[in-house]
Structures are given as C-alpha cells and as structure tokens.
Design a protein around this ligand. Structure first.
Ligand SMILES: NC(=O)c1ccc[n+]([C@@H]2O[C@H](COP(=O)([O-])OP(=O)(O)OC[C@H]3O[C@@H](n4cnc5c(N)ncnc54)[C@H](OP(=O)(O)O)[C@@H]3O)[C@@H](O)[C@H]2O)c1
Length: 319
C-alpha cells in the first residue's frame, strides 16, 4: 500500500500525541480524531498542524481510512473499533478491550509479530499490550528461547504518563514534597488489575499459558518511563554473562553495564528497552535478576502499535 490513509483516534491524549509525532517522523499522513471536547482544535503534525475531528461512528465508519490506531479508553474502544473494522479498516487497539479475548492477536513485533497477520484473515483487529508487558516480553523471550523460563517475579515502577495526559499535568502541579508511591489500580481480590494483566498478557504473547508470574505494580512520581525489576528462573543454567550476550543481540533491547544502569529518564524519548543489573539471583537455582526501563508512551504504546501497523500494511499489500 503506497500511502495508507491513517486515522489516530485519541490523538489529543498522552499516547495519541506521541503517535502523531512518530507518524510524522516516518513520513505518513494522518487524520486526528478525539472526543467532542477537542473536536475543532489543532495539533502539531511534523512542521504543520492537523485538525482534530470528532470520533463519531459516522466518521470512523465512512470507509475512507485504511488503518486506525486507537488510544482511547476501553469503553470507547469497544464502541468504536467494531465500527471502523466493519468499514474495512485495519484497527490497532491500545486499550484492554481485545487483549485477552480469544482469537484476537496480542502483539509485540519482536516477540510474536507473525501473529499480527492472523488478523487479516478475520476482522483486522490487533491488540497492543500493556505498557509494562511489552518491554518485559522483549527481554524474556530471547532468554526463554535460550534456557526455558520456569518462573517470573516482577516489581514495576510505573510513571504517571501511563495513566494519561491529565495525570501528567497533576504531577507537574504537585509540590515535590507531596510525591508518593501509589497503587491506584482496580482491585481483584488481593491483586490489582494491572498485576493480573501483566501475567495474563505475558502468558498469551509468549504462548506459555501456565508460566508462573507474580507482579507487584507501583506508580512512581516520574513523568515518562516505566521500570521493572525482574527475577526470572529457567530450566537450564543461564549465566549472567550468557544472558548479557543474548540480550545484546536482541531486537529493541539495549544492554547497559555497570556503572551504567537503566533509568526512566534515559529511556524516555528513545525506542529501546534499556536492560541492566543483569546478575545471578542468589535465591534461586537457575535464576537471574535484571532491571529494565522503557518509554511507556513509545515502545510501551505508540511505537509498538505503529510497528504492528507496518507489519499489517506489508502483509495486506502481499495478500
Ligand atoms: N499512557 C500509556 O502509557 C499507555 C500505554 C499503553 C496503552 N495505553 C492505553 O491507551 C489508551 C489511551 O491512553 P492515554 O494515556 O493516551 O489517555 P489520555 O491521555 O487520557 O487520552 C485519552 C484520549 O482518548 C480520547 N477519548 C476519550 N474518550 C473518547 C471517546 N468517547 N471518543 C473518542 N475519543 C475519546 C481523548 O480525547 P479528548 O482529549 O477529546 O478527551 C484523548 O485523546 C488507554 O486505553 C490506555 O489504557 C496507554
């Protein structure tokens, strides 16, 4: 497809604005959609500006867009994605609406990119994973291929941009003396929805339905960039040096060696998942401890979705 007609739905949001930035950088044209609240406003698009249109069912169902990138909430996605799909468009959805629904591919291109093409045989809807799941699977998959994962424990340090543009504004306005760690998730018994999503999505993407995973997810007073401390156990021995060598060759991963280590500030604005502190886990037989940081708005959301889109556009051109 020479010049795909792309629609960004949720264009005014934290993820949507980065999506427009990345599309313009890559030379694509786009139309911007958001709610009635921001219809008629204009957003930067490369050296130009772009008009924000209201994401009505009529506009999304008109059949004049080849591919939609959705970054609206789950409720809005459930309403609008089927309309765009029925009109023939490819839809990449960043909400939770389709991630764990059987039959819908949940894709990290470096990990299970081939799955994306399955959507072309059905209703062309692909789900983009949670912003912690994406970097976690980028790091776990190559290690699993080498030594077979048996158990994962993870603690997250998630920036406020993961909760949207309004939360970024709130942090900017908050005095530093009031900054705190919070767990402002929805609770499912003892566990948060964020923690259960991280487990279920990782299992689906890696096609390891029984992999034991426990997560503790925490929101930290950082604007952009999610970090994760990971303890991974394996069937086969895997030394820190071997894991370092494997990850150094892995796509979208950049290994940092001490005295350098990943931080959200270093990850923010970049495309790579930064991984470091790779060391033997003294509390496990075949275990490694690692630490990663990644830009949740880019690889954790907008960039991953555009990479999926490019797989599908190439696939639909061939099909
Ligand atoms: N932030 C992240 O790191 C991240 C990562 C992965 C996935 N996601 C997912 O991406 C989605 C958006 O996240 P965000 O952080 O960008 O949120 P956000 O900053 O709050 O932006 C939400 C966007 O959705 C639009 N919107 C809301 N309701 C709508 C409706 N009924 N119809 C059309 N547009 C509507 C808003 O438009 P108005 O400005 O007009 O209100 C805004 O453009 C969520 O599902 C989130 O879970 C976010």
């Amino acid at each position: 497809m020479a010049s795909p007609r792309i629609g960004v739905v949720g264009a005014t949001g934290a993820v949507g604005t980065i999506t427009l930035e990345l599309l313009a950088e890559r030379g694509y044209d786009a139309r911007a959609f958001a709610s009635a609240r921001s219809a008629g406003t204009r957003l930067p698009f490369g050296d130009d500006e772009i008009l924000v249109e209201e994401a009505t069912p009529e506009a999304l169902g008109a059949g004049d867009i080849d591919l939609f990138l959705f970054s609206v909430g789950t409720g809005a996605s459930r309403e609008l994605v089927p309309i765009a799909s029925a009109a023939g468009a490819i839809c990449i959805d960043k909400s939770s609406a389709y991630r764990l629904v059987d039959g819908y591919p949940l894709v990290v291109p470096e990990v299970n990119g081939g799955r994306a093409l399955e959507a072309l045989q059905r209703d062309r809807i692909v789900a983009n994973p949670n912003c912690c799941t994406i970097p976690l699977t980028c790091v776990l998959k190559p290690l699993h291929d080498a030594a077979v994962l048996t158990r994962v424990r993870v603690a997250t340090y998630q920036s406020v941009s993961g909760a949207g543009a309004q939360r970024m504004e709130a942090l900017r306005a908050e005095p530093a003396s009031e900054h705190n760690l919070v767990m402002d998730w929805s609770w499912e018994g003892d566990e948060s929805d964020e923690e259960s999503k991280l487990r279920a999505e990782t299992r689906k993407i890696m096609e390891l339905p029984d992999l034991p995973i426990t997560a503790t997810c925490v929101r930290v007073p950082v604007l952009v960039g999610h970090s994760e401390a990971i303890w991974a156990e394996f069937e086969e021995p895997l030394s820190a040096a071997e894991a370092t060598a494997i990850l150094s060759e892995s796509p979208s991963v950049r290994v940092l060696r001490l005295p350098a280590y990943p931080t959200p500030r270093d990850a923010a604005g970049g495309d790579d998942v930064l991984v470091g502190r790779i060391r033997r886990d003294e509390a496990a037989d075949n275990g490694l401890a690692l630490f990663l940081s990644s830009d949740n708005l880019r690889k954790g959301a907008a960039l991953n979705a555009i990479q999926i889109a490019e797989l599908l556009l190439a696939g639909s051109a061939v099909a």
